[in-house]
Ligand binder design. Sequence first.
Ligand code: OOB
Length: 542
Amino acid sequence: MSVDAPTWPADFAARYRAAGYWQGETFGQMLRARAVQYPDRVAVVDPAGAGRRWTYAELDRRADRLAAGLRDSGIGRGDRVVVQLPNVAEFFEVVFALFRIGALPVFALPAHREVEIGYFCSFSEAVAYVIADHHEGFDYRGLAAKVKEQAPTLRHVFVVGEPGEHTALSAVPREPAGPAGPDGPQASDLAFLQLSGGSTGVPKLIPRTHDDYLYSLRGSNEICAVDEDSVYLVVLPAAHNFPLSSPGSLGILCAGGRVVLCPAPAPETAFPLIEGEGVTITGLVPPLALVWTEAARSAPHDLSSLDVLLVGGAKLSEAAARRVGPALDCTLQQVFGMAEGLVNYTRLDDDEETILTTQGRPISPDDEIRIVDDEDEDVTPGEPGHLLTRGPYTIRGYWRAPEHNERSFTRDGFYRTGDIARATPSGHLVVEGRAKDQINRGGEKIAAEEVENVILGHPAVHDVSVVSVPDDYLGERTCAYVILREAAELRPAALRRFVRERGLAAYKVPDRVEFVDVFPHTGVGKVSKKDLRTTVTRPAHP
Ligand code: OOB
């Protein structure tokens, strides 16, 4: 066990190596190998950045030189660096530079604000924070200034674009890198910290190693038929585990293919890029897949290069699944994954019924799946239950969270996904629901407790409970049930503004606020979220 997080026991590690899953390669070595193999092939296209096209040789050289500059700034092996960038080419330059050093990117999303970033920086004891100057009307430099006050370890803020009071990323000296020292990372070391969707008051950090993540990429590439001719459009935020690794941008780079960054997910932006770059594969959350499905009817663009559309992050209804493939004239691949590890795909050659009605089966023959009841006993095969998993790319514990790990993992190392699923006779999984206290808002995960804690900070609020309400478009939205203090007055809009101004990501601001006098309780006296959910779905005046 490492000091920061539990890892695989030696016998499991030996088995995963012997099976050829863990190949002893780091991300730095992987990129170098591709640069040698395909120096002149285009690796990354950034339409927002004046249409920049970086070849494998160029990306490799940039990563190396930036790594040298960052090392000179005092960033070393094992240091944490919070990376919060939109879909721009520098994302890959920075991340591969950090991989080369053995420093750990902490992957934040562009939507995160002061509460989340302040926490990531202070909890991870980050030494640096990398941002864009602005994106979608938001200025990240002001956010960085506030975060610096809360995070004493933060020595550097690097900015892509105009730096303001911080340091321009382009101003980091780019010395030609010397030979990598003996202190470079090992494949069994942590490569980065990914974010958990979370179900508790504060988000958890997910420690992924070079070995385990590269295995999930190679496995995904095989299942999604990714090779050096594949062109992947990064539509979702680049740092999220789905567009990063399923098979995502890193899978594509691993195969020698081309990554095209989409600056915004709307069809008006994405469709011309699919046509212009000959995009063959991309990944979307269900609401976006439906928007694209509608838009494809009347779009003038030629989308015929698109072979595979992955849809995941939230449940795709069967009705929606039926429409997506024909409208975009491509093969639908459902993907049910999690940043903690396990990723399931429907296979390209699965029969239609399986593709439309299941969320796929695991990447690896060594992904162990258990479906259990509340007492951790296996359910009758085919029945729904709690999904537990263990395998060669599923973590054995969160980073610096021993108490939480006691609850989220079984004694023998299975991760409790919090999902309710059933298995078909072919081993495909169907997601039936969720046991964790989380809202899945069109693929964006919201830990109810995190939002509740912010709302409890309002002086007029006595108690609060945040639950999901069904939504035709997003699948789920959030509703905050609030009990006010005696004689206190508050309007829903004022409470929503309060949450936003506290510095929480906009997608976590409750869509709806309902004031009530009491909460329904369970037999043991806990607030019954199940009953609250049915309250809100019931018409107000039947
Ligand atoms: C992906 O990763 P996360 O970490 O943002 O969220 C994981 C959770 C799962 O535990 C499950 O509750 C939900 O998201 N989920 C799905 C789903 N895919 C993810 N629920 C129903 N159907 C699906 N197809 O969301 C993620 C990571 C890698 C690949 C794809 C998605």
